[in-house]
Design a protein around this ligand. Sequence first.
Ligand code: UD1
Length: 442
Amino acid sequence: MQWARNISQSVYIGWNIGKYTGGMGLSFIRIQGLHRLQGEVGIQGSKNAVLPVMAAALLHSGTIVITNVPNIQDVFCMMGILEYMGCRCQMEGHTLVMDTRGLVPVAIPEGRVKQMRSSVMLLGPLLGRLGEAKTCHPGGCSIGKRPIDLHLWALREMGADIRVEGEKITASATGLQGVRLSLPFPSVGATENAIMAAVAAKGVTTIHGAAREPEIEVLCRFLTSLGAEVFGIGTSVLSINGRRPLKDGEFAVPGDRIVAGTYLGAVMAAGGEAVLSGAPVSHMGETLAVARKMGCGLEVQGNQVRARMRGRPRPVKLCTGPYPAFSTDLQSVTLAVASVAEGGSKIREDIFEERFATARQLQKMGAHIIIDGGTAQVEGVFPLMGSRVQAADLRGGAALVVAALAAEGASEIRGYSHISRGYEDICRDLASIGGRLVLEDP
Ligand code: UD1
């Protein structure tokens, strides 16, 4: 039986003939659990790095080549928005060629904005390049409220006039000005928007309290490779000299630390030994530390992580937080691993209030989880029971896949369209290391 089917090729062809379905709504993953994992899997390029890089490309009028781009729905959606705005985007394998010369100030349709919340990242570059932007509120989502007040505040401080009427956002600026910004919370998206606007602003912008997520560093490195001047990269105080001339460039996206952490979680839940190649090891400090605490043997060499798991995971106590603390994006996967641990774990979510929605689905699989406000108490049981469950969000869906690998019998994970937003082909990847899973397209 062929357990994995590569869907990225069909998505790619679909894209080329101009059809973005936004769908796969009925597709689901069928998993047969309790098979130990063994082998080597490559880690795709980072979703959270490539989306701001694509947005930042708009600051320049010319050709930008981005390599190691993951073939995921969020990238296709961003390509759709950029093409709608007059840019040309051509994906060949994992190389994206963007021609941004034709960018025009058109309103981004609400349907596209709601499909992908990171479209809010276009505000800064559009104001910087065109002096105007028309979009809508990206809204809340299944992981909790996602306000954009800090994004708007930073852009207003730089001189933008922003009107919010219902869902509609209309922004204009006759010339952004460099300013001193002090963020009250290190929001990833607000820091990215401020950096991009600052590159086009007159004078120097300093951002105090900037988020330090690795994806911010990637964005800064991309911008400096085009000619922008950014100082303090990797720290919480960034300084940007605006209006430097930008040039064409080529840039490689690093591996996805969240996908690498997900596959590490799969090895921990199912047991076995696997090599993750192309993992951005220097960005995974806390992820690797938690894996070790949970009993996973790790050998790191360059960008390869060899993970070995014998027996059940050990319980863990952790709290999510802004980088370098443990990533909220890996909280759901860790919840799944803790569900099969030998003993009681305590996991606190401090970033997105609704991320524990996945616990209800894990409970259907037999997990013992009690949610009390922002804290989950988990009493490990092994094995879980194969069940039919529903992904409510991207990382939650991946967590259900991880749990199903440690469940007796067959599981069905519905809501594949959430997972395909950020995982190029989770079935192909986990099947390549011995998982028994297949995508079903009814
Ligand atoms: C980004 C990531 C997401 C990750 C998150 C935290 C992308 C595309 N998404 O999301 O995967 O989970 O960082 O690492 O890179 N907040 C406000 N006001 C704002 C903005 C944020 O109050 O204007 C709050 C949010 O409600 C949340 C916290 O700040 O509680 C973190 O949000 P933020 O860091 O902005 O995350 P995102 O950029 O949305």
